[in-house]
Design a protein around this ligand. Structure first.
Ligand code: C2E
Ligand code: CA
Ligand code: CA
Length: 534
């Protein structure tokens, strides 16, 4: 059986202790024999030959034991060196050559223990933006090359005494010692961003890559290594959330938000069980005749104390706390059963990536359709790019299975992500929904209009229905109509409305344009809104 270096070392240490004890015992023996010599006449009379034998054996055995001990010590030194090497290797990330998470934690612990308000330290959490797309689109070899390239560039801009570590994946951490103030941290963050400006050579491609940074200072933002790291992570989260390729400093409000997040997650669990969520339906209109084609189901939550919580706040929480599966199923079931009373309309339901990746998702959708008696040909499922990034093959199969049921698959927020064009080629979508950011930049940015036009032509060339969301003005409607966009959705027409308001409006024929009417612009929503919005 092969023993670990640590086990060998402890065995050798045990052996050496024994040898040491034996040597001490043997060292006593020459002293004893000397005593014997002094007392020789008396002793010789008692047992002369025995003492003489002792006088030879004792120094000889002492010498032999000393040799054994020396060898044992040498062995220990060797094993200790081996173990030091093992520890060194375990503390270093083999890809980047930087300290790894474990080693960095020890270094951070020590630095935090020595820091004080007069001698603060700072921690910068660093994350590569869209790293998954690099791995996915260019292979893991390219991903590895990017990691080493980024590590080198950051190291080049750090000062002596600063410690850069790779915590795993695309996460790095930089500990700054002897920082006097936040301005110095900001300067370092700028230096890191500047270091990323040139493209990275990944062998197969040259790629422009950005990083997001979260900065926290010790002791004011966290007085232990753990709380400091948490603060830097929260700041990083904000930098990512605000659009990536930037840095953010930790502030106390983030911490409060985290606590609030915990409360919300607990309450959301109860809200799903108690059926306290509702759905608002936002109309989708045909661009040419301004007829209502369908409705998008958007979940709503009225928190008993906090009031309405936007889905963009609670859906990510539901995803991270494992609640999005029951939540998504609830929305699908409710939307299908509500929509049975609108037989001429399609219903679009959003599917979170976490929900989509769940084993048995297709079977669940099928069972909900059966239970509610809803026609799968009237159902659209809207996916975002996030679904496609991880395990593309699995996503491809699930999309095909859902389409085989008659469900129409839509790619939501098209153009907001990293490489939507690639996804259009690979996955069998039926429709794309252009991200509302394109429309928002349309008036001010001529390039935005060109991109929009290209997306619509591309969608049509691929035989897809093209929907524009976030339509807020008559000018936008006119422009989108000119470009031949198929469906429009936005506050210009209607905000998301409760099922009851939809019923009322339908009974008033509010959305159905007279047959054979030429395309025309409807009155803005304010003018038509007689009933309260959801
Ligand atoms: P989304 O799927 O892109 O939904 C469209 C969002 O844009 C909705 O926000 C809608 O109210 C808003 N919107 C509609 N027209 C306009 C407009 O003219 N201007 C602007 N600025 N915004 C407009 P909402 O309801 O807050 O939902 C936000 C996001 O939350 C949704 O984005 C979707 O990603 C997610 N979401 C909502 N309901 C569900 C759900 O049941 N399941 C899942 N997984 N996600 C949902
Ligand atoms: Ca959507
Ligand atoms: Ca969208």
């Amino acid at each position: 059986m092969k023993r670990s270096p640590a086990a060998k070392l402890s065995a050798a240490r045990g052996g050496a202790k024994l040898a040491q004890a034996a040597l001490i015992a043997c060292a006593l023996l020459p002293a004893l024999s000397l005593l014997c010599l002094r007392l020789q006449p008396a002793l010789l009379r008692v047992s002369g030959p025995t003492v003489q034998l002792l006088l030879v054996i004792v120094p000889l055995s002492s010498f032999l034991l000393a040799v054994f001990l020396w060898k044992a010590r040498f062995h220990i030194t060797q094993l200790e060196a081996q173990q030091a090497e093992v520890i060194h290797k375990a503390g270093v990330d083999p890809l980047s050559g930087l300290p790894n998470r474990l080693f960095f934690q020890q270094l951070l612990d020590d630095a935090v223990a020595q820091s004080s308000p007069e001698a603060p330290i700072a921690l910068i959490a660093i994350d590569i933006d869209n790293f998954k797309c690099v791995n996915d689109g260019h292979g893991h070899g390219a991903g590895d090359r990017l990691i080493t390239g980024i590590a080198k560039r950051i190291r080049r801009v750090t000062r002596e005494g600063d410690c850069l570590a790779r915590l795993g994946g695309d996460e790095f951490a930089l500990m700054l010692v002897n920082v006097e103030n936040a301005v110095q941290c900001a300067a370092m963050a700028h230096r890191i961003h500047d270091a990323m400006v040139a493209p990275f050579d990944l062998g197969s491609a040259q790629l422009f890559v950005t990083v997001s940074l979260g900065v926290a200072m010790c002791p004011q933002d966290g007085s232990t290594a753990e709380t400091l790291a948490q603060a830097a992570d929260l700041a990083l989260y904000r930098a990512k959330h605000e659009g990536r390729n930037r840095f953010a400093f930790f502030d106390k409000a983030m911490e409060q938000k985290l606590h609030l997040g915990k409360t919300i997650a607990d309450d959301l669990r109860a809200a799903i069980v108690r059926d306290e969520l509702t759905i608002a339906y936002q109309p989708l209109l045909s661009s040419c005749g301004m007829r209502m084609q369908g409705l998008e189901a958007l979940v709503r939550w009225q928190h008993p104390e906090l009031g309405p919580v936007p889905p963009e706040d609670f859906i990510p929480l539901a995803e991270s706390r494992g609640l999005v599966v029951p939540l998504g199923e609830w929305v699908l079931r409710r939307a299908c059963s509500d929509a049975r009373r609108w037989p001429h309309l399609r219903i679009a339901v959003n599917v979170s990536p976490v929900q989509f990746r769940q084993r048995g998702f297709v079977a669940k959708v099928k069972s909900i359709l059966e239970a509610t008696g809803f026609d799968p040909n009237r159902l659209d499922l809207e996916l975002t790019e996030g679904v496609l990034i991880q395990d593309a093959e699995q996503a491809e199969n699930v999309i095909m299975e859902l389409r085989a049921l008659g469900i129409r698959m839509g790619l939501d927020d098209f153009g907001s992500g990293y490489s939507s064009m690639i996804y259009l080629r690979r996955f069998a979508f039926d429709k794309i929904k252009i991200d509302r950011a394109f429309l928002a930049s349309l008036e001010t940015n001529g390039e935005g209009a060109i991109i929009l036009e290209s997306i619509i032509s591309l969608g049509h060339a691929l035989g897809l229905t093209v929907t524009a969301e976030g339509v807020e003005s008559a000018d936008q409607v006119e422009f989108l109509q000119k470009l031949g966009c198929d469906e429009l959705q936005g506050y210009f027409f209607d905000p998301p409305l409760s099922a009851e308001v939809i019923d009322e409006r339908l009974s008033m024929n509010a959305w159905v344009a007279p047959a054979a009417e030429e395309p025309r612009l409807p009155a803005p929503v304010e003018a038509r809104r007689g009933v309260s919005a959801a």
